[in-house]
Design a protein around this ligand. Structure first.
Ligand code: ZN
Length: 536
């Protein structure tokens, strides 16, 4: 091939851009990418034809199976603004080929729907929403969320100018932040059902700067038309945040049990909230999946007992393919090390000033850690199974499973990745199987002769098993169960056996017996080995 990079043709770029009406295809961005310059003959273009899989080896999402023509075809291109195109190349792990194809399809669908129709302008939206909030209209355009937020803020601020109001929408939840610009006297009453909870949380807020979050039903506030309006329309949670939040950064590293090895983890960005008795620092990283909170006393800046926690929020993984989950390997390694007794070390900066360093050794004993680690392991194992069997599985955070299912997944994971072997000692029961007697009873006689002697038996499953991790069915390969150093025993009088009888045979393990499960590769040999049976 002549060129190193498989760049797009001009005609491809033009078609790509106009198919999405020159807007960025990222559904969260959607900016127009072309417009006029001051020179009235020129065009200002802030868009680019980005490669879905990279133009040259080593680039983001590069797919070596594509031909030169496929790589530069319109099917491998997506129209993005320059910002978004940088984002997708800087973080290819979060922007999969599948995701980009989805973006492209939906951007083209929107352009198709909008074709020939006037767009409502921003003022129109703001006006209609403001009137909606004051009860004169019921027009609502949920798609234009940022405009909606602006309108809501305006309407709410007009109710009580003593407050600054900011509204936002993320992860399917509307937030309204209100901040008093001057002293506001309000009367707060707490419904009896919530009194204890509120009091505890309120003390935490004052003493330790911890955010107070409570069901909106718990609170009745009087003294501001704005707050009264909010209560009328709110079903959700009220949160009270400390005023003196400061930017904080937590650096984390682990130290091996012998103290010699060090493992650096990502820095966490967050806030420090100052209470009367202590400071609470919350940080998060890895796209909001990993969180850490520490409560420090003012006296020596040492974490108060049991007040250093780490936890995971799996929301970011939802509906993503297991093979493309961001940070799963990194987190798995990190949690594994803590589980093996590595010590968690941290260093905290508040507004750029180093405050303290310290460590915690009991993280792996916390219930939250055990829960998260177990789920991380489960996800990791299902991911390996999905890799081995080449079946794509989507992460589903609504999926619940029993500990038996977790064990099952571990077993399958171990068979597929290394082949399980269990030593004689842990085999507690004899394996049993049934054998259909041949016409001349030769198979039964053969086994009878083996009684008291050590032999090996292999039992193949007759049909594949189906399991449904994350609510998606996968068909497992057929497994063979192999026992070595076992001795057969027929528990009935052999003289009473007639051809065609089903005869139960027990296999007694010796001290050195080994039990192995493996993926069936070759066809089973003719029934020297007995047919299907339950083992162990
Ligand atoms: Zn964009």
């Amino acid at each position: 091939m002549g060129t190193k990079r498989d760049d797009f043709k001009v005609s491809t770029i033009n078609a790509l851009r106009t198919r999405v009406a020159s807007r960025c295809s990222n559904p969260d961005c959607r900016v127009p990418t072309t417009g006029p310059t001051t020179d009235n003959t020129k065009v200002n273009n802030i868009g680019t034809a980005a490669h879905i899989t990279a133009a040259s080896p080593g680039g983001p999402r590069y797919d070596e199976s594509l031909t030169y023509e496929q790589r530069r075809s319109i099917n491998n291109a997506i129209w993005l603004c320059t910002n978004c195109s940088k984002d997708i190349d800087n973080d290819p792990e979060s922007y999969s080929v599948e995701l980009l194809k989805q973006w492209k399809k939906s951007a083209e669908n929107i352009a198709k729907k909008e074709l020939g129709k006037p767009l409502p302008d921003d003022n129109y939206v703001v006006k209609s929403l403001t009137s909606a909030l004051t009860g004169q209209s019921n027009t609502f355009l949920p798609k234009l969320v940022s405009n909606a937020c602006q309108a809501t803020s305006q309407a709410l601020e007009s109710l009580d100018p003593r407050f600054a109001v900011k509204t936002g929408y993320s992860k399917g939840i509307n937030h309204v932040d209100i901040m008093a610009k001057q002293r506001v006297d309000a009367k707060l009453s707490i419904s009896p059902k919530y009194r204890k909870e509120f009091y505890e949380k309120y003390t935490n807020l004052l003493d330790h700067g911890e955010k107070l979050s409570i069901d909106s039903e718990a609170i009745d506030m009087k003294g501001s038309p704005l707050i009264e309006e909010l209560q009328k329309n709110t079903k959700g949670r009220f949160e009270f945040s400390p005023v003196h939040d400061k930017d904080a950064t937590i650096s984390i590293w682990l130290r091996s049990p012998d103290g010699e090895l060090k493992y650096r983890f990502n820095d966490l960005i967050g806030v420090a909230s100052l209470g009367k008795k202590s400071i609470t620092i919350k940080g998060s990283g890895l796209k909001g999946i990993f969180h850490m909170t520490i409560r420090l006393s003012y006296k020596d800046f040492i974490p108060t007992d049991g007040k250093l926690n780490i936890y995971l929020d799996f929301e970011n993984w939802n509906k993503k393919s297991l093979l493309q989950l961001p940070y799963v390997e990194k987190l798995h390694e990190f949690y594994n090390k803590i589980n093996q007794g590595w010590q968690l070390n941290f260093s905290i900066e508040i507004e750029g000033l180093h405050i303290t360093s310290g460590h915690s050794s009991d993280i792996n004993l916390q219930e939250q850690f055990i829960q998260d680690f177990s789920h991380l392991n489960f996800t990791f194992m299902v991911r390996e199974i999905s890799k081995h069997l080449e079946v794509p599985i989507l992460y589903d955070n609504s999926f619940e499973y029993t500990s038996e299912f977790n064990l099952k997944i571990r077993e399958i994971f171990e068979i597929l990745s290394k082949g399980i072997t269990v030593s004689g000692r842990s085999i507690r029961e004899n394996a049993k199987c049934t054998l259909e007697a041949f016409d001349d009873l030769s198979n039964i006689i053969e086994i009878k002769e083996l009684e008291g002697r050590m032999t090996m038996i292999r039992i193949d499953q007759l049909e594949e098993e189906v399991i449904s991790p994350f609510n998606q069915e996968i068909i497992l390969p057929i497994f063979s169960h192999i026992l070595t150093e076992v001795s057969p025993e027929i528990n009935c009088d052999i003289s009473e056996i007639t051809p065609g009888d089903l005869v139960e045979i027990e296999w007694k393990p010796s001290e050195t017996c080994r039990y192995k499960i493996e993926k069936l590769t070759a066809q089973p040999a003719a029934p020297q080995g007995p047919a299907n049976s339950e083992v162990l």
